[in-house]
Write a new protein. Structure first.
Ligand SMILES: C[S@@+](CC[C@H](N)C(=O)[O-])C[C@H]1O[C@@H](n2cnc3c(N)ncnc32)[C@H](O)[C@@H]1O
Length: 246
């Protein structure tokens, strides 16, 4: 994080990661250092400020700039049926197998961003006739993302009130909080851990593995894999998909 630690000649000391974490209200130390450095560089350019000290001062006084920075560091984008082949796998192979065992499946979109991942999953569960009996939870680090998810209004789609009433949304930090209570039949945690430092990422994967019900399934993003699934008590059943044996 070179720039964060380097004064830029205006005589003011640079703001370090700890100060930026505090003003942004984000655990910057949990993210990969190169990712944070990149997001700081982008913020300096986008906000037209010269130093990290100025950036910190801006984030302190301007809630909109603070939100922009938080959303940028946390990489808050998603999409309806993002990576469609993963939803194909869910609809045609993973969920039919899971639904044979779980009558009231508990599904959790961990790091749900604007909620479109959970809404996509809800549509698939509906197609399989399982939505009525499912419990749906979406969690994210950023409350501002959850506000979008709860509203369910997007450029591409508007979620009906009936569907909206089926999902719960909660703020949850995958790095620092214990998993939400109970065991989960399906956890989707896609494109979240890729931005985390190795230590935080390993801890997240460990906690997600323990949160699975017997026979439960963890789906990671299409560029992600578990280094040693067996060490977490899991077995790989598809690319990026791991099951806790019964
Ligand atoms: C790139 S989005 C992924 C959204 C969705 N899972 C998908 O793949 O379309 C990453 C999300 O992870 C969230 N996130 C980052 N760190 C997190 C943490 N420690 N705990 C919970 N969510 C986190 C971010 O706020 C962001 O909404």
């Amino acid at each position: 994080m070179e720039r964060a630690a380097t004064p830029r000649g205006d005589g003011r000391p640079a703001a370090g990661p700890a100060e930026l974490s505090a003003v942004a209200g984000l655990p910057l130390e949990a993210f990969r250092a190169e990712h944070v450095a990149d997001r700081i560089e982008r913020a300096l350019a986008a906000e037209d400020v010269a130093t990290t000290a100025e950036l910190a001062a801006l984030l302190r006084r301007d809630p909109r700039a603070r939100e922009r920075f938080r959303r940028s560091v946390a990489v808050s984008h998603s999409g309806l049926f993002r990576d469609p082949e993963q939803f194909e796998a869910l609809e045609h192979r993973v969920l039919p197998r899971l639904l044979e065992r779980a009558e009231r499946p508990r599904v959790w979109s961990a790091g749900c961003a604007n909620g479109l991942e959970l809404w996509s999953l809800a549509i698939v569960l509906g197609r399989l006739g399982a939505l009525e009996h499912s419990q749906l939870l979406g969690t994210d680090l950023l409350e501002e993302n959850l506000a979008v998810a709860r509203a369910g209004v997007y450029d591409v789609v508007e979620i009906t009130p009936a569907l909206r009433s089926r999902a719960r949304w909660a703020r949850h930090d995958l790095v620092n909080d214990p998993p939400p209570a109970g065991r989960w039949d399906l956890i989707m945690c896609r494109n979240v851990a890729i931005y985390l430092c190795p230590h935080a990422k390993a801890g997240v994967h460990r906690r997600l593995a323990t949160a699975l019900a017997p026979g439960g399934v963890l789906m990671l993003g299409r560029s992600e894999r578990l280094g040693d699934p067996a060490a977490l008590g899991l077995q790989r059943i598809e690319r990026h998909v791991y099951e806790r044996p019964r």
